[in-house]
Structures are given as structure tokens and as C-alpha cells.
Design a protein around this ligand. Sequence first.
Ligand code: NAP
Length: 253
Amino acid sequence: MAGRLEGTVALITGASSGIGEATAVAMAAEGATLAVAARRRDRLEALEERLGNDTQVLVVETDITDEAAARGMVEATVREFGRLDTLVNNAGVMLLGPIVDAPVEEWERMVRLNLLGLLYCTHAALPHLLEAALSEPRRVADVVNVSSVAGRAARQGSGVYNATKFGVGAFSESLRQEVTRRHVRVSLIEPGATATELASHVRPEVLEGMAATFGNTELMTAEDIAESIVFTVTRPRHVAVNEVLIRPTEQER
Ligand SMILES: NC(=O)c1ccc[n+]([C@@H]2O[C@H](COP(=O)([O-])OP(=O)(O)OC[C@H]3O[C@@H](n4cnc5c(N)ncnc54)[C@H](OP(=O)(O)O)[C@@H]3O)[C@@H](O)[C@H]2O)c1
């Protein structure tokens, strides 16, 4: 059976681990050609190998907090494959902790990646997505922004992460209204707790508090989120899934 993404090109940021990596595997299974981007080239090359000969893959080692690098990533994709149908803005970092006495450097890292990086990638990709939306095989294109439950509800201990993900939500809705009649769909994916490397960057003393909250919860897997992303981008042309809020069953808030 032909994959539902045959003949299309997707660019996935943060594809070296977690949700981005699982999304690459799931989109490849639907026949998409892929550009996979992150800073850790070795992990991207391992992913390329895992995908095998059936999938065309471009590995892009890049730091998307650099505007020129983000633009270069998009241009390299279009140079290699001739088009861009789907941008998955997935790269992100979550550095939790109280606001009082927080290391300001952590805030800067989150704003630079979760917000500015996503904006740079989107800005560079939009002209190509608008063009792809005019052509076969789908005559529709997609921007998928990976936000979080933290983009819907602020909590003590995650103020600046909340601020970046609320920002992603506001930007997504504004962009959606701007381009939807031109058949570029803008979707927001809002996962709850998912087992990935994300929490490994949190300071140990903060991590202890998180263990108290999520210690007994059966977390989602990266594949669970990848499945909802594939669902979103494989809808018929006249259907736009604007928002997917997805939590582990046992997660209350
Ligand atoms: N896991 C959860 O519970 C959860 C819940 C809600 C939302 N999310 C969101 O899901 C997204 C993916 O996170 P994850 O859970 O899959 O965590 P992850 O495994 O830590 O993945 C984060 C990805 O971002 C990439 N990245 C980090 N800095 C980058 C930079 N400067 N330039 C380019 N890529 C960079 C990392 O690759 P390199 O280090 O190789 O660059 C990695 O591939 C994030 O936006 C996160 O906020 C996760």
C-alpha cells in the first residue's frame, strides 16, 4: 500500500532524539522524504541508518538558535529535494525551576530555542510551504509546532518554559489565520509527560520535585506523540487539525 506522504518532503527539527526521532520514523513509514536536523550529527546518522534505503534522508547538523543556520537548513533541504511540504518545529528545551534566583542563562536558552529558533525556521520555510501547497500530490502543506500542556496551563516552577510554550501557541494561531486560506495548515501538538531526554537537562534539585509529581505516572512514549503528528499531517486537504492536547491517562494536570 502506498504511504500517505509519498512524494512529499518533511523537515523535522530536534530529530536526534525523543519525539523528533520517533516522528521521523513514523513519517518515513508513510513514504515521506526527510530532512532531519539537530546539533548531534552522530545521532542523526544513526537515524539515517535505521531508516535504511527505502527513505531518502538529508542529515543537517545545525543549531537553529542561529538565524542564518536555520535558514541554511531550510535552503539545504529545498536544494536537495526540490520542495518542502511539512515543517515539524519540534526542537525544544525544558529547564524548570523557581523564578526566584533562577540562572538567567537557562531562561535565555529556552527563549532562544523554543521561541526564536521556531520563529527562524518557520520564517525561512514559509515561502516553500506556500509553494508546495499549490502543487501535487497534496495541494496542502503543514507547519506542526510542538508545544506542551505547559503551553495551556502555567504552573509554579515552570514559569519561563510556560512563557515560551504560550508564545508558541499565540504565534501558531496568528499564523494559522494568516495562511490557512492558502492551504498551509498550522497545527499545535501539546503533549503531557513523555519519556524522552527532555528532563535530563533539568537541575538535580529541581528534578527531585518532578519525581514527586510524576514518579508513579505511566508516561507516554515518543511514538505516541509521533502517531498524533502523523494523524495531523495525513488529513484530507479540507481538514485542518488545529490543536492536539495529549496527556498520559494518569496525568491529572
Ligand atoms: N518529553 C515531554 O514530556 C514533552 C512534553 C511536552 C512537550 N515536549 C516538547 O517536545 C519537543 C521535543 O522534546 P523531547 O521530549 O523529544 O526531548 P529531547 O529528546 O531532549 O529532544 C530535544 C531535541 O531538540 C534538539 N535541540 C536542542 N537544542 C537544539 C538546537 N539549539 N538546535 C537544534 N536542535 C536542538 C535536540 O538535539 P541536539 O541536542 O542533538 O541538538 C533534540 O533532538 C520539545 O519542544 C519539548 O518542549 C516534550
